[in-house]
Design a protein around this ligand. Structure first.
Ligand code: CU
Length: 199
């Protein structure tokens, strides 16, 4: 009798512990459920970045709140058809880059040079955060006419290989740079304050 009472007591204690744990998790005690899930898409081209929010709307930079889980997909110009890719590259011609002024045809020559040398990949690093991903353009089927279409055309494996997910645990304003040498304009692929974590 004494031992079966003991078993009942143990069972009651176990149920109480499990209920307490469930309540703890449900009420947000676990750190993993404290922030929001945020997704951003970044196109890297010669020579710049374009940022998009979770609805594929262009934004000037990535802004999140402290504690959010941030997922970033990095997509190279090579994922797009020729015309769309050129639309991105035209931004560089319009703004000028390095020593080459806006509108300079030499910018186009430098882009062609980079392509001929096979410098079609880019990286995305956030300075001050442990974030650094790079593209592998050879994995892309290509041909997308918009950033949204990339996600219909490409395989799960390709997309996963271009994704990083992390918790924005440090508030502040951080710079985004290209971390893979990509030809003439590489040193200017730099977005001051490209990543903002509101504390
Ligand atoms: Cu680069």
């Amino acid at each position: 009798m004494a031992s079966s009472l003991k078993l009942v007591g143990l069972a009651v204690a176990a149920v109480a512990i499990l209920a307490g744990l469930a309540a703890y998790l449900y009420l947000g005690g676990a750190p993993s459920v404290s922030g929001e899930e945020r997704v951003f898409y970044v196109v890297a081209y010669h020579w710049g970045f374009v940022f998009y929010d979770e609805n594929f709307n262009e934004v000037s930079n990535i802004v999140v709140n402290k504690g959010d889980r941030v997922t970033i997909y990095l997509i190279p110009g090579a994922a797009f058809d020729k015309e769309t890719h050129e639309t991105y590259q035209e931004r560089t011609v319009e703004s000028g880059i390095g020593d080459l002024p806006a509108g300079s045809q030499e910018i186009i020559a430098k882009m062609e040079e980079a392509e001929e040398e096979g410098l079609l990949d880019h990286g995305l690093a956030i300075e001050g955060y442990d974030v650094n991903i790079r593209t592998n353009y050879k994995l892309f089927r290509g041909g997308a006419t918009s950033i949204g279409e990339v996600f219909n055309i490409e395989s799960e494996d390709t997309l996963r290989a271009h994704m990083i997910s992390f918790v924005a645990d440090k508030p502040g304003t951080f710079d985004i740079i290209c971390s893979v040498f990509c030809g003439y304009g590489h040193g200017w692929m730099y977005v001051p304050g490209g990543f903002v974590v509101q504390g």
